[in-house]
Design a protein around this ligand. Structure first.
Ligand SMILES: *Cc1c(COP(=O)(O)O)cnc(C)c1O
Length: 378
């Protein structure tokens, strides 16, 4: 039997009555814009994460961009990030006019290496954008301490790490702004695209709401679209249209009560892999002491990665290369002139990594099939 990565239809079945009701509610209300679902989701999502404010936006990419803009990042600025991630982390920086500066990763956690971070700080550095790779939080406590020493801001790319914890505390209030994606394959998947930014600052939350809604205060949009249709235009700043929409917000509200159970499924699957794949000479993902992993990805490393992937494919087992090659070697950043050898740990990992199927769309029997196949061909 084949095991694939994604199965959005199965995820829908987990919450079909709740999701159907949510969609029907939005349609019946006729409020496809500036309704109650987005503010309600923002409050529920912030509470779930133990954060003060959530701003709903239309993707993880939008969350990162709006966060950087709200913190005043723009042309001439440098933002330190990592290369072993989704392109969105780096393109969000580029799209503000700032320059991404990639540093190497810790060999164990695969997240931003602290010595690399400190060495990369220049007078132009304004922000640090660590990535919680695969669901393992970056060393946020140390990174924020370094940022404060150098008067820098921190935007955490937590698009892979919803529900992860550091010393028991959910991520979401370590950085100045923490960004999440609701792409269908992420921990809390929308039926299209969505994202959110969390912050402890009411002022930053308002700025992000304004920036993502044409540069106008949200209350004015509500006034214009409300029953009385009152109020004129009042644009104080340039803005974007990067809003979370009512339909996605309603669907996300229907799914949020299932998030803890979906995370538990991921943990159980990772445990199964840990036990089932030991002793094969394959490197299994580690979790640093004090961290709780959110297991968006289960990524092994093997010398003969390409051979292993091919043999698994023959048996119908899907694998993926999350995330390789690294950003500094992608054609889009060729003008940075950063060749192989720039980030040794990142590149070493990129040559060896292989993602195995994981997530609440899969059963433990399917995980066992993957384990059996890896044990046969490794
Ligand atoms: C998915 C992802 C993003 C982008 O999220 P979208 O909703 O697809 O825009 C950003 N960073 C990381 C690390 C991601 O995995």
């Amino acid at each position: 039997m084949a095991v694939r990565f994604h199965n959005h239809q199965r995820l829908y079945q987990r919450r079909k009555p709740e999701i159907d009701a949510a969609i029907a509610r939005v349609i019946a209300s006729g409020r496809f814009d500036w309704g109650d679902e987005v503010p309600a989701f923002e409050a529920e999502f912030a509470a779930w994460n133990g954060a003060s404010h959530a701003v709903g936006v239309n993707s993880g990419s939008a969350a990162l961009k709006v966060a950087l803009l709200a913190l005043g990042i723009g042309p001439g600025d440098e933002v330190i990030t990592v290369g072993n991630t989704d392109i969105a982390s780096s393109s969000a920086i580029h799209n503000t006019g700032a320059r991404p500066v990639w540093v190497d990763t810790d060999a164990e956690s695969k997240t931003m290496a602290l010595d690399g971070l400190v060495a990369a700080i220049t007078p132009k550095t304004r922000a640090i954008l660590p990535v919680d790779l695969y669901g393992h939080p970056a060393d946020m406590v140390a990174i924020v301490a370094i940022a404060r020493q150098h008067n820098l801001v921190v935007v955490e790319d937590a698009c892979l790490a919803l529900g992860a914890r550091i010393n028991g505390q959910k991520i979401g209030s370590f950085a100045d702004i923490t960004c999440f994606s609701f792409a269908p394959s992420k921990h809390l998947g929308s039926f299209g695209s969505g994202g959110a930014a969390l912050t402890e600052s009411a002022e930053l939350a308002e700025t992000m709401r304004k920036l993502s809604a044409y540069g106008q205060d949200r209350s004015r949009h509500y006034a214009m679209h409300g029953p009385g249709g009152m109020g004129g235009l009042h644009h104080e700043t340039h803005g974007l249209n990067e809003r979370l929409d009512e339909m996605q917000a309603a669907i996300l509200r229907a799914k949020l009560p299932d998030l803890a159970a979906m995370l538990a499924d991921r943990r159980a699957q990772a445990d199964r892999y840990d036990n089932g794949l030991s002793g094969l000479g394959i490197d299994l993902p580690g979790t640093m002491p004090g961290y709780q992993h959110a297991w968006r990805n289960y990524v092994i490393e093997a010398e003969d990665r390409d051979g292993l992937a091919a043999r698994l494919a023959e048996r119908g087992i899907a694998t993926n290369l999350t995330y390789a090659p690294p950003m500094h070697l992608q054609p889009v950043f060729a003008d940075y002139n950063l060749g192989p050898g720039t980030l040794p740990a990142t590149e070493h990992s990129a040559r060896r990594l292989l993602g195995l199927p994981i997530g609440p769309q899969l059963t433990l029997d399917e995980i066992d099939e993957v384990i059996a196949a890896v044990r046969t061909v490794a």
